[in-house]
Design a protein around this ligand. Structure first.
Ligand code: CA2
Length: 155
């Protein structure tokens, strides 16, 4: 059966590529989704790609992943630094969890240096731009033991 990998995105990431390109780059969230689906196809993943500005909705998707998901990649955006509720939901998920940040949060304001989600994450990717999502998928493939690329796909 195809492994379902949840790629979850928090508040304001729907504005990616439309505002503050000097900080977050020019790729839109739709471009990120396309890259994740392409990498997912190479790795044999069924990608569940979501974005919400609501904490409750993100938690509901984490709960859904408890039932059907093999792994979670999450950019919780500002909830990274505030949400014990998202941490609690991730703690109830058994598979690998990778935290992704487009920017290097450690180079930014001190309030971005603390991450509740990192208390659960198996790994954190920060500062690699939107490429971080694809790197996270490659890592998930290794962790799940599904690193073989599909025949005919570009590496
Ligand atoms: O670097 C990241 O990926 C962040 O998770 C992005 C969050 C920020 O609160 C975190 O500290 C680090 C902000 C996401 C907002 O994205 C925007 C994109 C374009 C324009 C405005 C906001």
């Amino acid at each position: 059966m195809t492994s379902k990998v949840f790629v979850l995105n928090g508040p304001n990431l729907n504005l990616l590529g439309k505002r503050q390109p000097e900080i977050y780059g020019r790729e839109t969230l739709s471009d990120v989704e396309t890259s994740c689906r392409a990498e997912g196809a190479r790795r044999g993943f069924d990608i569940r790609f979501h974005q919400s500005n609501s904490e409750g909705q993100l938690i509901d998707w984490i709960h859904e992943a408890r039932d059907v998901g093999a792994a979670i990649i999450i950019n919780p955006a500002a909830f990274t630094h505030t949400s014990i509720a998202i941490l609690d939901a991730l703690n109830a998920f058994d598979g690998p969890v990778l935290e992704v940040h487009i920017t290097n949060v450690h180079k930014r304001e001190s309030f971005r240096h603390r991450s509740y989600v990192s208390l659960r994450a198996d790994g954190v990717i920060a500062g690699f731009g939107t490429q971080g999502y694809v790197l996270a998928l490659q890592r998930i493939a290794d962790v799940l033991g599904l690193s073989t690329l599909r025949e005919g796909s570009a590496a």
